[in-house]
Design a protein around this ligand. Sequence first.
Ligand code: HEC
Length: 322
Amino acid sequence: MRVKFERRAVSSRLALMSLAPAVLLLAGALACARNARNDIKPHESTAAPAHQPLYNVFDVAPGLISGSAPEGDAGFEELARRGVRTVVSVDGAPPDVAAAHRHGLRYVHLPVGYHGIDRERQLEIARAVRDLPGPVYVHCHHGKHRGPAAAASAAVLLDELTVPQAIALLKKAGTSDHYAGLYECVEAARPASDADLNATPDDFPERAPVPGLVRVMADLDETMDHLGKIRDAGWATPADHPDLAPLAEAGRLENLLRALRYSPEIAARPREFQAMLRTSWDAARVFEDALTVSPPSSLLADRLNAINDSCKACHAQYRDNR
Ligand code: HEC
């Protein structure tokens, strides 16, 4: 039996994102069908293990590259070596602006979620690519899902790629079909007019202001969603979501709750709030331990539900009745 996790609270930002594909599909339906102009140019790919300073690097369009988050000075050095001058992060984590500056690179931080990229954000990314010194390197964390979707949709808005070419790029980058919202927003992307691009804000922050708690909550929510899929697949990697490793997701959940527990923001909260967070973290650890047992224990579903209950308990007290 499927237990649906609590997902009712969504910030207006996330709500907007989930609405965006519908709006964009409408816009797409109104737009004229476009003929594919030219075939995909040969893309450079340097798929490499995750500990590399730079990997999953793809040429998206002339002067536009997508890939993984640059790792330390070596990552930025490699970007500078490739001639890159502007780095656009669409990841939620604060970018390493200081390291970028050491290598003469300017950062732009325009985070996007896994549920799709709204038109406004697509325009902002496209404008950054158009107006800031190139080549421009667009990255998320691993360069597989959000980064390629952001870069490819920007290339469509700038009339550098057709939609089929953009979709082909996502496939090539390994963007999982699971992220239907990412594919939908690229499917629905259409070239933007100069007027639309010029009307888009161009203050391009090097670090987006991200409220800590809300950000962590969104990550917790995504991780719980993944774990629900893993449960439905019999506590294994779901066939349609090969990038979901059960233990990695459980570890991520535990990490998020632990980091939150020790954050200064939480220290200022009431004692009972901290106790509830502790309960949630304990539940995550118990679940993670249970997941290491093979074959999967019959208690796992209860353990996962216990985490969900701990989320709900705190929300009932500190979120939903404000
Ligand atoms: C100790 C208390 C506490 C626990 C435990 C907790 N949350 Fe939250 N959560 C909050 C508060 C408070 C907010 C409202 C934050 C705000 O809007 O400032 C929130 C907001 C959220 C949101 C909305 C975020 C947004 O984008 O506005 C989601 C989703 C969420 N939590 C998911 C979870 C999940 C999943 C868990 C369990 C794994 C969890 N939370 C555990 C306190 C908690």
